[in-house]
Design a protein around this ligand. Structure first.
Ligand code: ADP
Length: 149
């Protein structure tokens, strides 16, 4: 059985923090599926098409990576596509508390194991929300993102 992990997120937009987690997960799995979420209740800065384009620009050429979009429960997407692992990054205690509840819920719902990678020291402060703030206010976010705006 191939070891496959799903890395779900908003990626609004993808940051160097996401890139770090994805690159470090690659040796651990046969395939990493990056799953860009589309949540009807969420207001995004970048629409699904743009978030998909940024992702393809960064990881499109990698044979071990698949880029998909999805709606609905992450565990349902995993079951439908025979994916046994969810991959998430941890930056701080707030991430831990939030992720703990989701991971335990997902295991209860679908017996899916969540694998956490600790953020790297040089990207631990990066978040999509801060990047959005910089962009919204006309600053230069290029040190924090893997593509040029
Ligand atoms: P979501 O809305 O699902 O939290 P995000 O795009 O904000 O989507 O994050 C996706 C995943 O990437 C989460 O597991 C998050 O903790 C992780 N992540 C985001 N930024 C970083 C970072 N700088 N270092 C490590 N992990 C990160």
């Amino acid at each position: 059985m191939k070891k496959r992990a799903l890395f779900p997120g908003s990626f609004d937009p993808i940051t160097n923090g996401h890139v770090d987690i994805i690159n470090r997960a690659l040796p651990l799995f046969d395939e990493v599926l990056i799953a860009i979420g589309k949540n009807a209740d969420k207001k995004y800065m970048f629409d699904l098409e743009q978030r998909l384009d940024f992702m393809k620009e960064v990881f499109g050429g990698n044979k071990k990576i698949k880029i998909v979009t999805y709606t609905g429960l992450t565990v349902d997407f995993c079951k439908l596509n025979q994916i046994d692992f969810i991959l998430r990054g941890l930056r701080n205690p707030a991430d831990f508390e939030f992720e703990k509840a989701i991971a335990q819920t997902n295991r209860k719902l679908a017996n899916i194991e969540t694998i956490f990678l600790l953020t790297s020291a040089d990207t631990s402060f990066i978040s999509s929300s801060i990047v959005r703030d910089i962009i919204r206010n006309g600053g230069n976010a290029n040190d924090f993102i893997p593509f040029n705006l």
